[in-house]
Write a protein that binds this ligand. Structure first.
Ligand SMILES: [Zn+2]
Length: 335
């Protein structure tokens, strides 16, 4: 074996650096969003990748916005009603279509029978893109009949691949994005292999996403999917199908203030208050601390009887250690 020439050694170092650079094979600008939507407004990161190599769970920021073995990001829309609007799933970078599937029905997985029906086709309707340099991205759970690309097509960053749906193993409508380097999943939020663990305090994420996109995707804190005044008790199971319930009117049998939340943590409390048109507190509630983290959750409070028409003010809060980490007040007119 000949000794390594200094220049060759330097070359080897630079190649090694290039290899660990998360953006190899991708445009310098970083990845775009995998959907044509506005995070926090009409789409939401429901789960990040699980960075814990063992049976535990840790999202990239050491929180609980993931589940064991999850290998990508779930960007959700609120409900199947939103799916009907046709929200585009988009390429996060230029690439070539390396594989695809369509024809799987959009059906939320709720029961064991639903689960069995999608065994082996977990991804549902999906597209696999090859970006060169060993980088691939995969998009799952697209709406049946929406895949617009063909194998071998060259696509540009931001180009439509299909639409957000709920095909395959999906309990809520979303696009699942997996990024792979040399066949192994890497976390697009931090550019790290999934087995590497979450980012400890002070560590800076080297996100594969464009900085603005990474910022918009957030770090997995609690979010409000919806809130309002309804005419009766909230049907939690209907939220993911129909979205927000109809607004209360003066002829509704009850008045109920409701909130629909995402990524609540163990110990969180929910506070809801409604102030009536006369300025008095109409209803108020503080929940006990949650016994475990909740990917999605709803809460409501109210009173029987038709409400007096007028302007109501609803305040809704998520509290951690009795400090609000999310707080929103809405004026709502009941007609
Ligand atoms: Zn997923």
């Amino acid at each position: 074996m000949s000794p390594v020439h200094p220049a060759a050694a330097a070359l080897a170092v630079s190649v090694a650096l290039a290899f660990v650079s998360p953006r190899i094979g991708l445009a310098d600008e970083g990845l775009g969003l995998p959907a044509d939507c506005k995070p926090g407004q009409n789409c939401f990161v429901q789960q990040f990748a699980d960075m814990d190599a063992g049976p535990g769970v840790a999202d990239p920021f050491c929180g609980t916005a993931t589940y064991d073995g999850h290998d990508g990001i779930d960007l959700r829309v609120r409900s199947m009603a939103d799916v009907k609007q046709g929200i585009a799933v988009t390429a996060v970078a230029d690439g070539a279509v390396d594989g695809l599937r369509d024809g799987v029905p959009d059906r939320l997985v709720i029961t064991e029978a639903d689960r069995a029906a999608v065994a082996g086709i977990d991804c549902g309707n999906g597209v696999l893109l090859d970006h060169g340099g060993g980088m691939q991205t995969q998009y799952c759970h697209m709406r049946q009949g929406s895949v617009t690309v063909n194998k071998g097509d060259q696509v540009k960053r931001g180009e439509k691949l299909g639409e957000i749906g709920a095909s395959g193993m999906a309990a809520f409508p979303h696009v699942h994005l997996t990024a792979r380097k040399e066949g192994k999943p890497i976390d697009p939020m931090t550019g790290r292999p999934l087995s590497q663990g979450c980012l400890k305090d002070g560590a800076q994420p080297a996100s594969l996403f464009e900085p603005d996109v990474a910022g918009a995707l957030g770090k997995g804190g609690p979010q409000l999917l919806g809130a309002g005044l309804a005419g009766g008790p909230l049907d939690y199971d209907a939220l993911v199908v129909d979205g927000a319930p109809p607004a209360a009117t003066g002829s509704s049998p009850n008045l109920v203030g409701w909130g629909w939340f995402m990524n609540l943590r163990k110990g969180d409390r929910i506070y809801i208050s409604i102030v009536g048109p006369d300025g008095d507190i109409f209803a108020e509630t503080m929940s006990p601390p949650l016994d475990r983290s909740k990917a999605a959750y709803s809460s409501f409070t109210g009173k029987r009887g038709s409400p007096k028409p007028g302007r109501y003010q609803m305040t809704i809060e998520v509290l951690e250690n009795m400090q609000p980490v999310l707080s929103e007040t809405r004026d709502i007119v009941v007609e």
